[in-house]
Every structure is written in structure tokens, then in C-alpha cells.
Ligand binder design. Structure first.
Ligand SMILES: [Zn+2]
Ligand SMILES: [Zn+2]
Length: 328
């Protein structure tokens, strides 16, 4: 896709110039020359591998200077994550976060969770993020009220344990650091992506680096927003789940399709079982459960092979994707 190759020429939307397609002040981008918008919310015929859809603009926006592509200083981020891990409040913060999230403090320690203090928002925990080659690229800050922010200057990356691949069983690709903590805590092989649609390229790199390659199951969050149905042209009242009305489901399918194309293997997807929003909720509801219990619970929901539906998926809209994959 032409637009992907010129990705460095994308400019982010802002409060002063919201997305011309959906009106959001964040997430979406547009080209520096103003001829196209990449909206993360509203579908078009041209979907972008890394998420979102390209909309050609008949009425071009004013030209803007594209920011230079960001280089990540891995050494710097490794040091910053280490500093946060050794912060004088880190032990206390790990214990409090573990308690609040229903997780074991030990697993937060193994995820290298640290602490920091923000003059405006107070104490936060830091959740290191790494790329597919295990290099530190940034961290996510989590405040006690549940708010999450990524640390400035870094890049979004994956959440996983140092030796994440050592356990047996399938690789569960979840969303966020606390889901990883929950599943890794019961011994599952798990990687957390940084958003519903993000990080597939990094996961592919990590998986390719393994000698013994596990089956991949992408887990979607039960975050359906029925009230959003009918608010967009592409999301009608009978929408089976798109990025607008069901980001968790949409993201799971999207990620499974991306991984399947990138790796040439069958990748499964499933929604979080047992009526739970995410893996963390499942783990705190099922205290003392093992990875076997998790797999048993997941089994019924694991959907058909993505490869079988790939042909349909590549050409179709999200709606046909969901149907092709056997979704409701
Ligand atoms: Zn938009
Ligand atoms: Zn929808």
C-alpha cells in the first residue's frame, strides 16, 4: 500500500486540527500534503496494515511539516526502565498495584514494573514496553485511578516477561500489561499488545525468533459499546462489531489476520471467556486457577482458522470479516 511506505509523512491530528473524517482530536493522522486522512475510526475501502483507513480528501487540508521519524535510544529506555524499577517507592507501588489489580506482586516484579512521581498526577507505576527483539522502547504509566499514559519520547511496545516463551502451550496475545501479568502469573505463554490493533509486527518478529513455534491465539476484550451503534455511517444498528462499537473484538480479529498474513500460519482468535472483560478479570474471578483451567475455558470460544477466511478478509469490509470468521 502506497500510503504505508510514506508513513513518515503522516501528521497527527490535534485539538486545533481534529480528524476531518471522524472529528477525534487524537489517534488519527493525515498526510503532510493534506491530500489524505488516515482515520482510526471510520472505515473506507483502503485499510492500513497498522490500523485505520485511508480516506482521500477531495478538498485538501493545508500543508504541514511532517515531524522527523523518531529514533529510539534503546540504551536510554533500558536505563529509564531500570531506574523506575529501582525507585524508592517501587516495592510499595508494586504491592499496591498487585492488590488493586488482583495480581501477585511477584509477577509485577518479573515484568519489571517500577515507580515514578508526577508533579501533577502523583505516584504512578511504570510498565516497560519492548519491541520484538526484547529491546526496551518505552513504558506505560499507570495511575492509581486506572488512568494510563505512555511516557513521552518513547515508543509503544509489547508487554512480556524476559523468558516469556519458556512455558508450554499456545501463545496468548492479550491487550495491555496487566493482562500479561494475570496470564503469565498462572504460567501461560503470553504477550500483551499496546492497543486493540497495535503491535502485530513486533509480535511477528518475536515469534519468528523462536525455535519451537507455539500456536497463536489472539484474545479480544469484552468491551462492546452498543450505544455507539448507528453513530457512524460504517457502523449501522446491526453492526456485528467494528472499531467503533466493539474495539476489543475488532482488534482481536484484525491482529489475528495481520499475524496470519505476516507469518503464513493459522492464527486463532477468541473473546475473553466466562463473561469477563479481560484476562485480568478472569484471573481475579478464578483465584487459584491454573493455565489448564484458562485453556479449558477458552476452548469453546476459539474461532475458525484465519487462513481459511483470508481471501475474503483482504478484500472485504469489517462486517464481512466478522461473518467470515464465524462471529455473531
Ligand atoms: Zn478519524
Ligand atoms: Zn460497529
Amino acid at each position: 500500500m502506497v500510503y504505508e511506505r510514506t508513513a513518515s509523512k503522516w501528521v497527527r491530528v490535534s485539538a486545533s486540527e481534529p480528524c476531518s473524517i471522524c472529528g477525534q482530536k487524537r489517534y488519527c493522522t493525515r498526510t503532510a500534503d493534506g491530500t489524505a486522512a488516515k482515520c482510526m475510526k471510520v472505515e473506507s475501502g483502503t485499510s492500513v496494515k497498522t490500523g485505520g483507513w485511508v480516506h482521500k480528501l477531495d478538498d485538501p487540508l493545508p500543508e504541514r511539516v511532517a515531524p522527523p521519524p523518531r529514533k529510539i535510544d534503546y540504551e536510554l529506555w533500558r536505563n529509564r526502565c531500570a531506574e523506575a524499577y529501582r525507585h524508592k517507592l517501587a516495592g510499595k507501588v508494586r504491592a499496591e498495584e498487585a492488590e488493586r489489580l488482583g495480581l501477585s506482586p511477584g509477577i509485577l516484579d518479573r515484568l519489571y514494573v517500577g515507580a515514578g512521581v508526577d508533579a501533577k498526577h502523583g505516584v504512578y507505576s511504570t510498565w516497560p514496553q519492548r519491541d520484538g527483539k526484547a529491546r526496551f522502547v518505552g513504558y506505560c504509566r499507570r495511575f492509581s485511578d486506572g488512568t494510563k499514559m505512555s511516557e513521552k519520547g518513547g515508543k509503544q511496545g509489547l508487554f512480556y516477561l524476559l523468558h516469556w516463551y519458556l512455558s508450554a502451550g499456545p501463545l496468548f496475545v492479550v491487550e495491555g500489561g496487566s493482562d500479561v501479568a494475570a496470564l503469565a502469573g498462572i504460567g501461560a505463554v503470553t504477550i500483551g499488545r499496546f492497543s486493540n490493533v497495535g503491535g502485530a509486527d513486533m509480535i511477528a518478529t518475536a515469534w519468528n525468533g523462536l525455535t519451537k513455534k507455539p500456536q497463536i491465539v489472539v484474545v479480544g476484550e469484552m468491551d462492546e459499546k452498543p450505544h455507539k451503534r448507528g453513530t457512524l455511517k460504517s457502523c449501522k444498528l446491526d453492526c456485528p462489531g467494528c472499531s467503533n462499537c466493539w474495539p476489543g473484538k475488532y482488534g482481536a480479529i484484525h491482529t489475528a489476520v495481520q499475524l496470519s498474513s505476516a507469518l503464513g500460519v493459522d492464527v486463532r482468535w477468541a473473546m475473553c471467556p466466562d463473561g469477563c472483560k479481560d484476562a485480568r478479570e478472569w484471573a481475579s474471578k478464578n483465584r487459584g486457577a491454573s493455565v489448564i483451567d484458562w485453556i479449558e475455558d477458552m476452548k469453546g470460544g476459539v474461532n475458525v482458522k484465519v487462513s481459511q477466511a483470508r481471501q475474503l478478509l483482504m478484500s472485504g469490509t469489517m462486517e464481512s470479516e466478522v461473518r467470515a470468521l464465524g462471529g455473531p
